[in-house]
Design a protein around this ligand. Structure first.
Ligand code: ACO
Length: 428
């Protein structure tokens, strides 16, 4: 028999069904509560609200667990490739044999962008932030592939729309960067793997071919895997809610890119490096900034610390810290900004304020550090995050459509004026 909770209200008892997930997480199903009691629930920021039942990612913020389709993130980051993980997240199983070959080849085959796209790209001022450019270009894909606007979720068109997006996002991202720095775009080279192809489009010029370092492309592969999916975060919830109106995959993902842009979400890795640079310019005193972060009259926050769900440690941060140490030592990087990061991290981990509030370095504290060491410019950091998160957005959008979920429409508690009569302002 399924469990129920009781709600006592206005002298009556209402039964609320309890839903149990496969990892024994419990939830009250309040979908009929308003019809039965006239009550809604109030939860600003949806911090304690499950918006869906999903089979993609399990995470336990207290225990520091993250699994994609049941596989621990630690194993995937160590043994797998980003394209394998993307397939796993989107289609539910690791691709084997022919499946993997086809997936890789299909993605390699679709990396080119329609030449007319260049006209759109050239329309942006050359110093535009690449996130704004990227989200606009992703929406523009619907104009070139109108069949993507309303594909049936199981149809071959759906597969093609997904492949196109996976294939073209790195090209669009590299082109957005080239536009920003005023260099000619570099076309993809399809005999390269996903990460190497992207790095070459970023760093080659017509005058000089970029020398792909396997340390760099392996580190990028790991970073993309770590960012690939993270259940109902701000940008993923955005993708789901936009898609719930039956907006297309490209329109929904473009909205996700915009949601990711903010410094409290994907913009945090850029904010981390900017913060470290400011501290360096101000004399490099980590303690001064630690004190500012603790001062309630100061709006300064230590970027890269704290997480909405991980309250003991971020499992991705552990993997990435190790990767950051490896990359820095293999590439022989000696950067004073990284020294400040180390000092801040050590001091904050011992500080009562941070310990009490369970504020630990999150994945973005270290991802910014690695991207900087790899030579990726600061305002491309969030774009890198978007490249990684793409499979998660696609999988969540696809799951929502496959399960025929209803349109997202939260309610509110109104706190404005009661009814009042119009006054003709010209007579006042
Ligand atoms: N620096 C200083 N104090 C902080 C920080 C921080 N980075 N983060 C939280 N706090 C404090 C808050 O002031 C609050 O203190 P109080 O209880 O005395 O009022 C307490 O810790 C709880 O903070 P909330 O904002 O309620 O925590 P929440 O879980 O809602 O926020 C968030 C999480 C937004 C990530 C927050 O920790 C933050 O702003 N961090 C910096 C930005 C950042 O790194 N974002 C990246 C997140 S990871 C990602 O998106 C992939």
């Amino acid at each position: 028999m399924s469990e129920k909770a009781e709600l006592h209200y206005n002298g009556q008892v209402f039964e609320v069904p309890v839903v149990k997930g496969t990892e024994d997480e419990l939830a009250l199903d309040i979908s009929k509560l308003r019809a039965q009691t006239g009550l809604i629930t109030l939860d600003p920021g949806f911090k304690n609200t499950g918006s869906t039942q999903s089979a993609i990612t399990f995470l336990d913020g207290e225990k520091g667990i993250l699994r994609y389709r049941g596989f621990p993130i630690e194993q995937l980051a160590e043994k797998s490739t980003f394209l394998e993980v993307a397939y796993l997240i989107i289609y539910g199983e690791l691709p084997i044999g022919e499946e993997l070959k086809r997936w890789r080849e299909d993605i390699a085959h679709h990396t080119l962008i329609h030449e007319d796209f260049k006209v759109i790209l050239e329309g942006f001022p050359s110093n535009s932030h690449p996130m704004g450019v990227l989200s606009s270009l992703v929406t523009s894909l619907t104009a070139f592939y109108p069949e993507s606007i309303d594909p049936t979720h199981s149809s071959p068109e759906m597969y093609k729309s997904i492949v196109r997006l996976m294939a073209k996002l790195p090209t669009l991202a590299a082109w957005a960067y080239k536009n920003e720095i005023g260099q000619p775009i570099i076309y993809p080279k399809n005999n390269l793997d996903y990460c190497s192809n992207f790095l070459r489009m970023m760093f080659s010029t017509p005058a000089e071919e970029y020398d792909i370092d396997p340390v760099v492309s392996n580190a990028l592969n790991k970073l993309l895997i770590l960012h690939a999916e993270h259940e109902q975060n701000c940008s993923t919830s955005t993708v789901r809610i936009v898609g719930s109106s039956h907006a297309s995959l490209y329109a929904s993902v473009s909205s996700g890119i915009n949601a990711l842009w903010g410094p409290l979400h994907g913009g945090a890795n850029q904010a981390v490096i900017e913060m470290l640079e400011n501290i360096k310019a101000d004399g490099g005193d980590a303690d001064k900034y630690l004190a500012k972060a603790k001062d309630k009259n100061d709006s300064f926050r230590l970027m890269g610390f704290g997480h909405r769900v991980y309250k003991n440690f971020d499992p991705r941060a552990r993997i990435i810290k190790k990767a950051a140490d490896e990359v820095l030592s293999k590439l022989g990087v000696n950067d004073p900004v990284l020294g400040i990061a180390q000092k801040l991290e050590e001091a904050a981990l011992k500080d009562e304020y941070f310990v009490e509030r369970k504020l630990y370095p999150n994945v973005d504290f270290y991802s910014g550090i690695i991207y900087r060491a790899l030579g990726i410019p600061t305002n491309m950091f969030t774009v890198m995050f978007a490249l990684g998160r793409l499979p998660g957005w696609v999988a969540q959008w696809k799951e929502m459509r496959t399960n025929s979920e209803p349109i997202g429409r939260p309610r509110q508690v109104y706190t404005g004026y009661n009814e009042r009569d119009y006054v003709d302002v010209s007579k006042r």
